[in-house]
Design a protein around this ligand. Structure first.
Ligand code: AMP
Ligand code: MG
Length: 488
């Protein structure tokens, strides 16, 4: 819903810079439905007006005019260090469509571009497009992607590449970094406007609260805690969990060098610029908690409107502890469900942790292993269990399977019901890096068919889709554990 704050310290009017000879690369009908866009992929080749709009070449489409495109100011911590002012360096908010904000990423220089060119390359735009839509279909809160528009215009990165514009949708793109921005300017009036806008549009349940800002903080913590638990559950690594990339709505956003786990390695780092592994898979929960501490500190002046400094700090410090509590409870809920365990029992957490340790030790394919668990029956024999031979330490995993089979005896649902439930939480299809790369390689030769195929498969990640079994396979030997660079 509309970002209604105005003023030089908040945003700047920014007209997209046109690109030459735009063409369709990708389009999501499902995202189009969200904004009731009267376009289907079949109409695309004929629809020059929407192409020009989503390329940033016009602000008029049909009877609609986006008369006030803006880029917004935010600040933040990057890799744990205060980075000062950042802002939408290559994102332009066109306006609202059906309660969704429509943003163009890569549509040229903005007031906040600093040394950057305001552009995005084709490769990263395709990755963001596919992953946004894949995450949505996995049931994980995320910004959506409507389209990718390509151009022959070149962009300099490590090599010369071509530019593209990705259009994205979200109820709001407000980040933790927006709060940090106003806090760093010591502008309590703006902080209050920002918090009030979020409450009015996205957290109306805080309206009647005695402590609206404290409640808002808690709710942002809870949403983000649940979000990270979902990431861990499907093996998603964000790659750059800087506070300027963290949503105030608890949605996944700013897809960069993200990756889904192929082989399970608990400390997997997907971003090859992240030398210290700050954003490794197992650190994501702790880092999100750290980002919530940044938010707490930025929101402190709001609490001080009604409380002493000491009281405000105590209230926020206590509220911050809702994060680990919510995270742990969500993580346990999701991982129990991944194992097909309905009612919690003592020992479940140890069972899950032992499995993850064994998977890590043998670098077992994360998604495939969990998916295969649904084939286990209460009366299965350990030696006939699928994937057993993928573990190097057979004694360790046989031990685990014996414990698991014993645990299944106390589950009420029959094998079939349990298996159906497990297949609704353990996806068969995820956006593996090598799949995205294959689609990108083709797109660079002007063949966009693989993007459409992947989009279709990833729209039903929990379905068998037997004809696409090859897309559920781990990467071929030699290209596993690809790390992706930030330079996009
Ligand atoms: P990211 O890590 O992609 O979220 O970007 C971090 C910051 O750098 C944000 O403020 C971006 O807007 C900005 N940025 C990234 N790439 C570019 C670019 N090519 N031109 C201008 N700003 C950029
Ligand atoms: Mg960002």
């Amino acid at each position: 819903m509309a970002f209604t704050l105005r003023g030089d310290d908040v945003c700047q009017r920014t007209t997209p810079t046109p690109i030459s000879n735009p063409y369709w690369v990708a389009f999501s009908s499902s995202a189009a439905q969200l904004i009731e866009l009267p376009l289907s992929p079949n109409d695309l080749p004929n629809d020059q007006r929407w192409l020009e709009l989503l390329a940033g070449n016009t602000l008029d489409v049909q009877d609609r005019q986006f008369s006030e495109p803006i880029s917004t100011a935010y600040s933040g911590h990057q890799f744990g260090v205060w980075a000062g002012q950042l802002g939408d360096g290559r994102a332009i908010l066109l306006g609202d469509v059906n309660s969704q904000e429509l943003q163009l990423k890569g549509a040229g220089i903005t007031h906040y571009s600093r040394m950057g060119d305001g552009r995005a390359v084709l490769r990263s735009s395709i990755r963001e497009f596919l992953c946004s839509e894949a995450m949505h279909s996995l049931g994980i809160p995320t910004s959506r992607a409507l389209s990718v528009v390509g151009s022959r215009q070149s962009v300099r990165r490590e090599t010369l590449e071509t530019a593209a514009v990705c259009s994205r949708l979200a109820p709001s793109f407000i980040r933790i970094g927006h709060f940090e921005h106003f806090a760093s300017l010591q502008n309590v009036v703006r902080l209050k406007e920002l918090a009030d806008l979020l409450i009015a549009d996205h957290y109306p349940e805080c309206l009647d609260s005695q402590e609206p800002y404290l409640d808002l903080f808690k709710k942002i913590c809870i949403r983000n805690a649940k979000l990270v638990a979902q990431w861990q559950s499907v093996g998603f690594c964000h790659g750059v969990l800087n506070s300027d990339n963290i949503s105030a709505l608890g949605i996944t956003m700013d897809y960069g060098p993200f990756g889904f786990l192929d082989q399970f390695q608990i400390d997997h780092i997907c971003n090859h610029s992240d030398h210290a592994g700050r954003y490794a898979y197992h650190r994501q929960p702790q880092i999100m908690h750290w980002n919530m501490a940044c938010l707490a500190s930025a929101m402190l002046p709001l609490l001080e409107l009604d409380h002493s400094v000491d009281e405000s700090q105590t209230l926020l410090r206590t509220a911050l502890e809702t994060f680990p509590v919510s995270y742990t409870s969500e993580w346990q809920k999701l991982f129990r469900a991944k194992l097909g365990l309905q009612s919690p029992q003592d020992g479940d957490v140890q069972l899950i942790e032992k499995l993850l340790q064994a998977m890590h030790d043998s670098r077992v394919d994360y998604s495939n292993f969990f998916r295969s668990l649904s084939a286990i029956k209460k009366n299965s024999q350990v030696h006939e269990i699928p994937f057993r031979d993928r573990f190097i330490d057979r004694v360790q995993i046989d031990h685990w399977f014996s414990d698991y089979l014993l645990r299944l005896q106390s589950e009420l649902p029959n094998d079939e019901a349990r298996s159906i439930g497990m297949n609704l939480i353990n996806p068969k299809f995820i956006l593996r890096n090598h799949l995205a790369q294959a689609a990108i390689d083709k797109a660079q030769l002007d063949d966009f068919s693989e993007i459409a195929t992947l989009l279709q498969i990833l729209s039903h990640p929990y379905d068998e889709q037997m004809q696409f079994n090859a897309y559920a396979e781990p990467p071929p030997d030699g290209i596993e554990a690809v790390a992706v660079s930030c330079s996009s």
